[in-house]
Design a binder for this molecule. Structure first.
Ligand code: ADP
Ligand code: MG
Length: 184
């Protein structure tokens, strides 16, 4: 089979449980469940059976941490001007991201969840805004951590790996991919 990348995902940013992300210095914007189907092979889509997860490195993609680009689109007719002005021009461009794809324990591990941390400091939250993500490669499988420090260290490594990969010409071209041009 051909390489799965780039994988295009999009949808409105959903509210999660607000757990951990921000205290770890790593808020993650959640995509809706159906957006995550883009990460699965056709035969696996809609399956409730977690044994159907796609093995990494075989015919598709697996759970773990990925890198790529993302862009957030504030609503064109933003509700209040106050809200619109909090989201700055520099927040509206294509930015590097790391994405965690995992089976969600809240749904008895029957549903995949994609959470995207964008490597950028935003002027405000962007719940409900549309987000597009172009997934370009795989960094590592999911791991269990015994310490908070261990987790934070690995997140920092993931961010460095992502930036180093995206710096290479073969990947940086995707920042200009036409996928990001049309406003969802
Ligand atoms: P939740 O459980 O609701 O996802 P988080 O603590 O993970 O809570 O925070 C995620 C939210 O933070 C996103 O939905 C977004 O609105 C906001 N946010 C601010 N900065 C970022 C960023 N750099 N990357 C991703 N989300 C961010
Ligand atoms: Mg989150």
């Amino acid at each position: 089979p051909s390489l799965p990348y780039p994988i295009r995902l999009q949808g409105p940013v959903m509210r999660g449980f607000g757990r951990g992300g921000k205290d770890l210095g790593c808020p993650t914007a959640n995509l809706p469940d159906d957006a995550v189907d883009g990460m699965l092979l056709d035969g696996v889509k809609n399956s409730k059976n977690s044994t159907d997860r796609v093995p990494e490195g075989k015919d598709g993609v697996g759970t773990g941490v990925y890198y790529g680009y993302a862009r957030v689109y504030p609503p064109e007719s933003a509700g209040s001007e106050a809200e619109a002005s909090r989201f700055k021009e520099e927040d509206k461009v294509v930015l590097p991201m790391v994405m965690s794809l995992g089976w969600n324990p809240f749904y008895k591990n029957e549903r995949l969840t994609a959470e995207i941390h964008i490597l950028h400091s935003f002027a405000s939250d962007f719940y409900g805004y549309q987000m597009k993500a172009l997934v370009l490669g795989y960094i590592r499988p999911e791991l269990d951590y015994t310490t908070r420090e261990g987790l934070i260290q690995d997140i920092n490594t993931d961010k460095r790996v992502a930036l180093n990969c995206l710096d290479r010409p073969g990947y940086s071209v995707f920042a200009g991919d036409e996928f990001f041009d049309s406003i969802p």
